[in-house]
Write a protein that binds this ligand. Structure first.
Ligand code: FES
Ligand code: ZN
Ligand code: ZN
Length: 301
C-alpha cells in the first residue's frame, strides 16, 4: 500500500476520504483539517486564549498538540474526577504530556470542589454516572475557563463522538438538542464559548496521529461508560461505516446543512447562582451547588 500523495509506504487507509497515507502525510492531513475547521466555524483567532479540556485520552492530547503546532495559545485543564484507578492513570498521562512539552496544565480535583469525586457522588445522587459527571464537568470546565480569563474552551470530541450523539438525538427526535448540536457554542457573560475542532476527524485518524507523533495516552475508557448508550450507537455506526465508507462524515455534514430547520428551544433566562455566582437557568442555586449541598449533608437523593 502506497501513499496517495508521495508514493512512500502508507500506514493507514482512509476509505471515507479515498486516501492511503504515509506517516508524514497523515500528520499533515490531520493538522490541515483542524486548521480549516477552526477557520470555517470561526472558532477562535490566534490572539485568543484557548483552554483545552484534557482527559489523558488520545483526542484531547492530540487536540492540544495540534493547536500548539498551529501556533495557538493553548493551555490545558485536567479534571481529576475521582474515579478509582482510572483518574490516577489518566492524570499521569496528561501531566507527562504537558511536562514533556513545557505546556501549562491546570489540575482541578472534583473532590476538592464538590466534597466528593464521581465515585463518591454516586452514593448521594441518583441518575446515571455519565450524566452526573457531565453536569460536574460542564460546570467546572466553564468556571475554570471563565476565572482563568480564557476566551474559549476546546474539547476533543471527534467525528465518531459527534455522529453517535447526533444519531442518539435523531432516534429520540430531541429537537432542542438537535438545534443546539453545533461545533461552536457561543459564549455569553460568564459562559465561555465552547468549540470542537476535531469534529471532522475520525477516531482512527486521531489514534494514528498520536502514535505517529509519539503521544502516549490512556487506552482504557472510563469504567462507568461500560454499557452506555453512546457506545452502542458507535458500534452501529461503525458497522454502517464498514459497509458504506463515508457514512459518519456524510451524516454530520448533511446535518450541518439542515440543522437550521430545527426549532431552537425557547431561550432560557440565565441568572447568577446565589451561592457560586455562575450562570444557571434554575431558580435558586445551580445544579452543581445543589449537588454540593447534598454531599455536604451526606444525604442520599
Ligand atoms: Fe464521567 Fe465516565 S468520564 S462518568
Ligand atoms: Zn506521503
Ligand atoms: Zn452555583
Amino acid at each position: 500500500m502506497r501513499c496517495t500523495i508521495c508514493k512512500k509506504p502508507a500506514v493507514i487507509k482512509l476509505r471515507h476520504a479515498n486516501l492511503k497515507l504515509c506517516p508524514e502525510h497523515l500528520v499533515a492531513r490531520v493538522e490541515k483539517v483542524v486548521a480549516e475547521t477552526i477557520k470555517k466555524f470561526r472558532m477562535f483567532t490566534p490572539e485568543e486564549r484557548v483552554l483545552v479540556a484534557v482527559s489523558g485520552g488520545k483526542d484531547s492530547l492530540a487536540l492540544w498538540e495540534i493547536l500548539t503546532k498551529l501556533g495557538y495559545r493553548a493551555d490545558g485543564v485536567y479534571l481529576d474526577l475521582g474515579i478509582a484507578g482510572y483518574s490516577e492513570r489518566s492524570r499521569e498521562f496528561s501531566e507527562a504530556f504537558a511536562a514533556a512539552r513545557g505546556l501549562a496544565l491546570r489540575v482541578v480535583r472534583v473532590e476538592g470542589e464538590l466534597g466528593a469525586g464521581i465515585d463518591g457522588l454516586l452514593r448521594f445522587a441518583r441518575g446515571k454516572p455519565c450524566s452526573l459527571c457531565g453536569t460536574v464537568k460542564r460546570y467546572l470546565l466553564n468556571r475554570v475557563a471563565y476565572e482563568g480569563g480564557y476566551h474559549v474552551l476546546a474539547t476533543g470530541h471527534n467525528l465518531d463522538d459527534e455522529a453517535a450523539t447526533l444519531l442518539g438525538n435523531v432516534l429520540r427526535w430531541e429537537e432542542g438538542y438537535l438545534a443546539r448540536q453545533y461545533p461552536v457554542l457561543p459564549g455569553e457573560g460568564k459562559l465561555v464559548r465552547r468549540v470542537k475542532p476535531l469534529l471532522f476527524l475520525s477516531e482512527r485518524e486521531v489514534a494514528a496521529y498520536c502514535i505517529i507523533s509519539g503521544i502516549e495516552y490512556i487506552y482504557e475508557e472510563c469504567p462507568h461508560a461500560v454499557g452506555a448508550r453512546s457506545i452502542a450507537l458507535k458500534h452501529v455506526l461503525n458497522e454502517l461505516e464498514d459497509r458504506y465508507p463515508g457514512t459518519k462524515l456524510g451524516f454530520i455534514r448533511g446535518f450541518l446543512k439542515v440543522r437550521g430547520r430545527f426549532e431552537p428551544p425557547e431561550p432560557v433566562e440565565l441568572r447568577d447562582c446565589p451561592v457560586c455566582g455562575m450562570p444557571t437557568a434554575a431558580e435558586g442555586p445551580c445544579r452543581f451547588c445543589r449537588l454540593k449541598e447534598r454531599v455536604s449533608h451526606g444525604a442520599p437523593a
